[in-house]
Write a protein that binds this ligand. Sequence first.
Ligand code: PGA
Length: 243
Amino acid sequence: MNKKILIGNWKMNPSNLIEAISIASGIEGDIKISDKIDTAIAPPFTFISEVSNVISKVSLAAQNVFWEDEGAYTGEVSAKQLKSLGVKYVIIGHSERRSNGETDIEINKKIKLVIEKGLIPILCIGESKKVRDDGVEKVKNFIEEQIKKDTKNINVNELVIAYEPIWAISSNDNARPATPDNIKEMIAFIKEITSESINVLYGGSVNPGNVKDFTSLNDLNGFLVGGASLRPKEFISIYKELL
Ligand code: PGA
C-alpha cells in the first residue's frame, strides 16, 4: 500500500513570521512519525527557511518553483534553492496560478526540473464549474487534456496528482466539496489514463467535518488542504482520520 500524503497549502498566509512559526509548531507538536502517512506543509517562500527549523516530523513543501535552475531570473526561486532548505514536495499548476496565466508548457517544464532535482511534484489539476456543469464526459476530456499537456515526456510514476476541482476550493464563491462519488470516479479515471500506482490526492474544502466522507475511498492517497491547514487543530484532525 502506498503511504498516504497530506499536504497543507498555506497559500499567501499568514501575514508574518511569528504566526508562521506558531502554525508550524502547532502542527509539528501533534504529528507522529508514521510509516502510513507523510505530512507536509507548504508555507510561502518567505517563511520556508524559518519554518524548517521548527519541524522534523512534518515535511516541507513549496507552492511553486521556476523552470530554470540557475541564471538571471529576477524574482524567481529555483528547485536547487528549495532542495537546499530541505523541501521535499513542490506544488505545481495550482488553479490559482493557472488563473493568473501559468501555462501547461510552463507547468511541464517545472515538473521536469523538479523531478530531475530529486523533488516530488504535486501536479494540481481540476475543472471549472462551467466544465462540470457540462457533464462528466466533458470533465474527463478536460482532465485528460490537462494531464497530457502537463506530463508530456514525463514518467508519471515520478509525480503525485492532486485532483482539485476549482468549484470545490473553499475560497471560491459558493464552493462545496466534491462528493465522494465525484472523487471516486475521477480518481479511477486519472489512474486509468496515467498509472494504477500513481498517488492521487483530493483537494477542495476538506475540513474535519467532512474528511470522514472521503477516507473510505480506497484509491484515494491523501489530501491537499488549504484553509484548514492554517488552523493546527483542524489540520491535525484531518491527519488523524488518515492514520
Ligand atoms: P481549500 O484549498 O482546502 O481551502 O479548499 C485547497 C487548495 O486550494 O489547495
